[in-house]
Design a protein around this ligand. Structure first.
Ligand code: ADP
Length: 291
C-alpha cells in the first residue's frame, strides 16, 4: 500500500480571495489529519485532491497522476465522503449501495456486502436509510466511498453533528480502514485527530502552518501552557488580559485556570504539559507564520 500524494505550489482563488496560498506538502502513509478552523481552506484542499476543483496555480500528484489533468485515473484510486453527503431516505442501505455501484460500473454484488460488513451495517442492510441515525448515515457514506476498494480514502469533516459515542465509533472505523489504505480526514474537531492521526497538517487562512508528526506539534507548545490557582477575581482579570483561557474549574475556595500564551516569570502559576487542543489554540493565534 504505498501511495504518494504531493501538493506542489498549490494556490486556489475564488475571485480575488485566496483560499489556498502556495501549499507544498507530501502526505505520509497511514492516517493523516488536516486540522484547521472553519474557513481555513480544508474543503477547498479536499476538493482539489478528489478532482472536484482545479488549482488556480501549482499541481497535485496522486501516485503520479495529475489531479487536474488525469481525473479518471485519480478517481479510480480514491474514495470520497464529502461533508454534504446526500442519501435517498426511501432506499434501503443495500439498495443505496447498489445504486452507487451502478453509477461506478461495479457489477460484482459481493462488493456491496463486503462494504456493508466493513462499516458494520450488514444487519440493517434491508432497513430504509431514512430511519438511520447520524452515525449510521456516516458509516453508509464510508461504505459508498470504499465500494470500489480505493487505495486512498478521503473524508471531509466526518464527525460533524455526531454525538460523542457515534464519533468514537466512527473514528475507530477510520483507524481500522487505515490499516489497508491511506486515510485522509479534515476536521476542526481536535479530538478526531488526537486519538487517530500520527501526522497532521495545520492550516490557517489558506496557509499551512505546520506539517508533520502530531506529537512534535504538541511538543512545540511546551512551556506555553500554565495552570493558575486563583482566589481573587482581580487576579483572574489580569490572567485573562495576558493569556487565552482553555479551562476554568471552580472549587469552593479557588478556581483552577488553565491557559496558553507566552509566559513571563513574574506571572507565577505552574507549567503543565500541553495537549493537542492547547497547541492548536496557541499556534492559531501566534503571529509567527510557521510553527
Ligand atoms: P473550511 O473547509 O476549512 O471551512 P473552505 O475551503 O470551505 O474552508 O473555505 C475557505 C474559504 O474560501 C472561506 O473563506 C470560504 O468562505 C471561501 N470559499 C469557499 N468556497 C467558495 C466559493 N465557491 N466562492 C467563494 N468563496 C469560497
Amino acid at each position: 500500500m504505498t501511495n504518494k500524494i504531493v501538493f506542489e505550489n498549490v494556490s486556489k482563488s475564488y475571485g480575488n480571495f485566496k483560499a489556498l496560498d502556495d501549499i507544498n506538502l507530501e502526505i505520509p502513509e497511514g492516517m493523516f489529519g488536516l486540522l484547521g478552523p472553519n474557513g481555513a481552506g480544508k474543503t477547498t484542499f479536499m476538493k482539489i485532491l478528489v478532482t472536484l476543483l482545479d488549482p488556480s496555480k501549482g499541481k497535485v500528484l496522486i501516485n503520479g497522476h495529475d489531479a487536474a489533468n488525469d481525473k479518471m485515473d485519480v478517481r479510480n484510486i480514491i474514495g470520497f465522503l464529502p461533508q454534504e453527503f446526500s442519501i435517498y431516505p426511501q432506499l434501503t442501505a443495500y439498495e443505496f449501495l447498489e445504486y452507487i455501484a451502478g453509477l461506478n460500473g461495479i457489477k460484482d454484488k459481493s462488493k456491496i456486502t463486503k462494504a456493508l460488513e466493513q462499516v458494520n451495517l450488514l444487519d440493517v442492510k434491508n432497513k430504509k436509510v431514512g430511519g438511520f441515525s447520524g452515525g449510521m448515515k456516516r458509516r453508509l457514506g464510508i461504505a459508498q466511498a470504499i465500494l470500489k476498494e480505493p487505495k486512498i480514502l478521503i473524508v471531509d469533516e466526518p464527525t460533524a453533528g455526531l454525538d460523542p459515542e457515534e464519533r468514537i465509533r466512527f473514528r475507530t472505523l477510520l483507524v481500522e480502514l487505515s490499516q489497508k489504505r491511506s486515510v485522509i480526514l479534515s476536521t476542526h474537531i481536535v479530538e478526531d485527530i488526537s486519538s487517530t492521526c500520527e501526522n497532521i497538517a495545520f492550516i490557517v487562512r489558506g496557509s499551512m502552518k505546520y506539517i508533520g508528526s502530531t506529537d512534535v506539534f504538541i511538543n512545540k507548545a511546551k512551556g506555553k501552557v500554565r495552570e493558575f490557582v486563583v482566589r481573587d477575581t482581580r487576579d483572574l482579570s489580569a490572567i485573562k488580559l495576558k493569556y487565552r483561557i482553555i479551562s476554568l474549574r471552580r472549587f469552593s475556595d479557588h478556581t483552577l485556570v488553565r491557559v496558553v500564551g507566552d509566559y513571563s516569570s513574574e506571572d507565577g502559576g505552574k507549567e503543565v504539559e500541553p495537549n493537542l487542543e492547547e497547541a492548536y489554540v496557541y499556534f492559531m493565534h501566534e503571529d509567527d507564520p510557521d510553527v
